[in-house]
Design a protein around this ligand. Structure first.
Ligand code: FES
Length: 111
């Protein structure tokens, strides 16, 4: 099973964690299963961009984003070349290093 290293995030995972996710599972479900309260306002149907993550290592091993994901990513806070929607990332055999952006576009939850 691929290992996911989540880098520290001040609110959602201050110490960072490493966990395993079954091949073929979505990264968003894996993060939730590991106890990380990543936002997923559209219930993981690629329609909100609140599950935005940065894939800092291992991203080249993943299937690239489709048009629907790219359209939603345009709305994500802090977009960069390693940005993906966690609900669209399906795990393969390669380990990943993930960073959560400091903010999401879900203003209802912003402090
Ligand atoms: S949960 Fe809405 S786009 Fe991923």
């Amino acid at each position: 099973m691929p290992k996911i290293q989540l880098l520290p995030h001040p609110d959602l995972c201050p110490g960072g964690i490493v966990f395993e996710v079954k091949r073929g599972a979505s990264l968003c479900k894996g993060l939730l299963g590991a106890g990380v309260a990543i936002e997923h306002a559209c219930e993981m149907v690629a329609a909100c961009a609140t599950c935005h993550v940065h894939v800092r290592e291992g991203g080249a091993s993943l299937a690239g984003p489709d048009d629907e994901e790219n359209d939603q990513l345009d709305n994500a806070w802090g977009l960069d070349a390693q940005s993906r929607l966690a609900c669209c990332v399906k795990l393969r055999d390669t380990d990943l290093v993930i960073e959560l952006p400091r903010h999401t576009r879900n203003h209802a939850r912003e402090k």
